[in-house]
Design a protein around this ligand. Sequence first.
Ligand code: AMP
Ligand code: ZN
Length: 138
Amino acid sequence: MSQHLTNDCIFCKIIRGEIPSHKIAETDKSYAFLDINPISEGHTLVIPKYHSEFFHEVPEDYLADLLPLAKKVALAHGFEQYNLLQNNGPMAHQVVKHVHFHIINKPNREQGLGVGWPQQQVTQDQLKSTLIKVKEKL
Ligand code: AMP
Ligand code: ZN
């Protein structure tokens, strides 16, 4: 496990126990702990025990372990409405460069994550052209 962690990453240090955290649960491949600056009560981070900056760099077996743990934690918190969020890159608001899924309770309109959703109007042709580009790379 430790060969997949780095020395200078804050979340790798949390996994190794070198920095304290409010651990909720862990498996051999994932670790869940409370966010130190919660957006709402119970704000949790679930991370793979594999250092990588981006979601697409995490091996499948770590991803397959992570989501069931996120589900268990959301159920244990008793969240009814919540966001499961994962940021990739600084423009997408990623600050810590170790992949992490946020689980953020949304108990009412005031508390929890405020999300702007800037939707665009596009044509069928634009959707088709996007489809062609992605499908040829699959
Ligand atoms: P992001 O903007 O998606 O990179 O979010 C990083 C999150 O990590 C923020 O919500 C921080 O509050 C949280 N965070 C940073 N350092 C710690 C820490 N030592 N323990 C718990 N959460 C942390
Ligand atoms: Zn790391």
